[in-house]
Design a protein around this ligand. Structure first.
Ligand SMILES: Cc1cc2nc3c(=O)[nH]c(=O)nc-3n(C[C@H](O)[C@H](O)[C@H](O)COP(=O)(O)O)c2cc1C
Ligand code: SF4
Ligand code: SF4
Length: 258
């Protein structure tokens, strides 16, 4: 089965292409974790394919939460694969994936990656892709998915289908912990007067930490996993982060609803 986590739709879209190619059901991690009876969703224990974004050259935190959930519920698989989506490169996220997936599968086969439009915009120098780059990534992704699906069907790996990028060790082992400590621990979200109280941000937050106040404006009461779903999905572009995001673009995958 194909299980996905996706903040802005890229991983959901890749999961849907893979699920068609592999003829396997696709389920959202959130749906499984919200369910009172998770075993009901796990119809096939042969192959687990997780599709999720890379966050700061590591598997997105939510993936770790999901794998712990499987462990607690004693849900194990025979084979497991990880398919990362990333804006540029994944660093050594594959090594952490190996460590995590080995806990819930007899055999972790390999990690793959698919380059998709970038969603990270919180630090200076990071923005969404321009139109041309975005289109090129969306156009080339399906062929990459075909190649990945072939490997999964044959139970083989192909190092060409995972892109670590330059200075992978440094990014995952040095920059990632710094990112967790100095960027993720601090919440600088706020809302501007453009907010119309629609509540989309509250509904879309995967860890449910957004509350709407009496004026129906969001409040972030706790620090979060910084998936940026709320920021990119706000139809009014009313959600900002410190002084970094006012002039930056927003992005949601055009082919799926999240
Ligand atoms: C907090 C955060 C960190 C990110 N870190 C990376 C990264 O280390 N390398 C990379 O290539 N892309 C990075 N990205 C971009 C996303 O991995 C990429 O756009 C992904 O396809 C988004 O998937 P989604 O739409 O399923 O959430 C990051 C995005 C976010 C929000
Ligand atoms: S999604 Fe945007 S407009 Fe809607 S409630 Fe949240 S901040 Fe306000
Ligand atoms: S508050 Fe926004 S960025 Fe943080 S976890 Fe929720 S949706 Fe993601």
């Amino acid at each position: 089965m194909v299980v996905y986590y996706s903040a802005t739709g890229n991983s959901k879209w890749i999961a849907s292409l893979l699920s068609q190619k592999l003829d396997m059901p696709m389920v959202s991690m959130l749906e499984i974790m919200d369910s009172k009876d998770p075993q009901r969703y796990i119809t096939d224990r042969e192959k687990l394919i997780i599709v999720a974004p890379v966050h700061a050259w590591y598997p997105a935190l939510f993936v770790k939460m999901f794998l712990l959930f499987l462990l607690v519920h004693e849900i194990f698989f025979r084979y497991a694969y990880m398919v990362f989506t990333c804006g540029d490169d994944c660093g050594e996220a594959n090594k952490e994936a190996t460590r995590l997936m080995n806990i819930i599968a007899d055999k972790f086969c390999t990690a793959f990656s698919v380059q998709m439009p970038n969603t990270y915009i919180l630090l200076p120098g990071f923005d969404v892709d321009d139109e041309k780059t975005r289109k090129k990534k969306l156009d080339t992704a399906p062929e990459r998915v075909n190649q990945i699906a072939k490997c999964i069907l044959d139970n083989t790996s192909d190092p060409q289908l995972y892109y670590a990028g330059h200075a992978a060790w440094f990014k995952s082992r040095v920059l990632h912990p710094m990112f967790r400590k100095f960027v993720m621990k601090r919440s600088k979200f706020y809302v501007t007067e453009a907010c119309n109280g629609c509540g989309i941000c509250q509904r879309i937050c995967p860890i449910k930490i957004i509350q709407l106040n009496a004026l129906r404006q969001p409040e972030w009461n706790k620090t979060c996993i910084q998936c940026l779903a709320c920021l990119h999905h706000c139809p009014q572009q009313a959600i900002q982060w410190g002084n970094q995001t006012q002039k930056k673009g927003r992005y949601v995958n055009p082919f799926v609803k999240t």
